[in-house]
Write a protein that binds this ligand. Sequence first.
Ligand SMILES: Cc1ncc(COP(=O)(O)O)c(C=O)c1O
Length: 457
Amino acid sequence: MDDISLMQSQYLLQCWARQEGYAPLAVERAEGCWIYTQDGRKIFDLRSAHECINLGFRHPKVLAAMKAQMEKVVYVTDDFATEPTARLARKLAEITPGNHHKKVWFSQSGANAVEAAIKAARFYKYHQLLEKGTTAFEAPGQYPYPYKIISRYRSWHGATALASSASGDPRRWFQEPFNVPGFVFGPDAYCYRCPFGLHYPECQLACANYLEQMIEMEGGSGKVAAVLIEPVVGSNGIIPPPPEYLPRLREICDRWDILLIADETMTGMGRTGKMFAIDHYGVEPDMLIMGKALGMYSPLGATIFSEKVARVFDSHIFGMGQSFSAHALSCAAGLASIQVLEEEKLVEHSRLMGNYLGEKLRTLKERHASVGDVRGLGLFYTLELVEDRNTKKPLRKVTEKYKPTVVSKIAHFLLEEKNIYVPSDKFGLWIVPPLIVSQEEIDFIVAAIDEALVLAD
Ligand SMILES: Cc1ncc(COP(=O)(O)O)c(C=O)c1O
């Protein structure tokens, strides 16, 4: 038999990694929360395959839907209609917050869905001004329509040019100095390390108020098209905002007539104990972005446009496309996945298991000096590790993103000694299991982390 690990390490470029030492584990198969390797190991995937397999690997109903679809039609262009594409678009229009008169555009990744949202926001604002017959551009030579997107420093929206330019994450630095202009970054709703040194609730949401100041200083609705946020920050720390934060942002965007875009690539599909993270806050965004677990086993992204935004494309070109857009097989996987979430009440399960997980993780904080903060919602949790709990000294600075920390050691220990796979490139530990995780599996994970944290203490 070929050594596929060797072959892959020889020919594949691993994402975001120095290639020397790349030694992927050769996989035989994967089932539920577990990956089975060719050399007989059974490994728990605590990052749900980049937060994509919320239903665990090989959910039989999704596989059956995909197989059935493959027998009919895998892909035709959107000049033709297919059952799964039509039904999934309708389903997403129905289950996302707001009225059902939405429109959906399908891509293959979160980044592309983000690109579509940014383009649409600018186009929407442009037409809004044209329709008003506005001559709001007072200074001569000003760019003729609102184009700025306000994002936040702790954010990741994807690796394509626009999406990466919209991301505060240091991964955008790989593209510099050629980031696309027009993006400005605001402060984060990160209470553990408040950018203003304040405490919630006495802060009165200084972070949101500052965003409003930014809108004004950036030129208001004559210059700013949208505010782009992850309702619960993912890659940059799993940070749920205070309860009033997103309603406040909605209010601010409405006051300035600016669009609010929610990137739920990581948090959609029940991850946080509701179908969408924004559902926790009762806010309707103007656009909602999905990816990752939407297609579950097949690459699929979606940009869901509210009626107000979608309407502009009734009589104007929607200037976005991809060869494989509205892919029937991916849509069949997505549709079946949502059905499974509903039938098996997995969003509820995510909430209940999340409560259980959160309680157990908080007891770890009591026992381990290295745990600075425990944060999360549903099955989306992190233990932020620190060098010193009193000073909150972080394990590494943002400028040291690729510097190995004790988290790498913990990840190595968990993988080698406990057969648990967690991301090692974080400043904390991630606990992001598939939503089908059982209480016993959570006990097993938390006990293993308990042991591993001694390395950090
Ligand atoms: C919030 C968010 N948006 C967008 C993306 C990009 O998705 P993709 O990697 O599918 O392009 C990610 C990926 O991690 C993400 O977490």
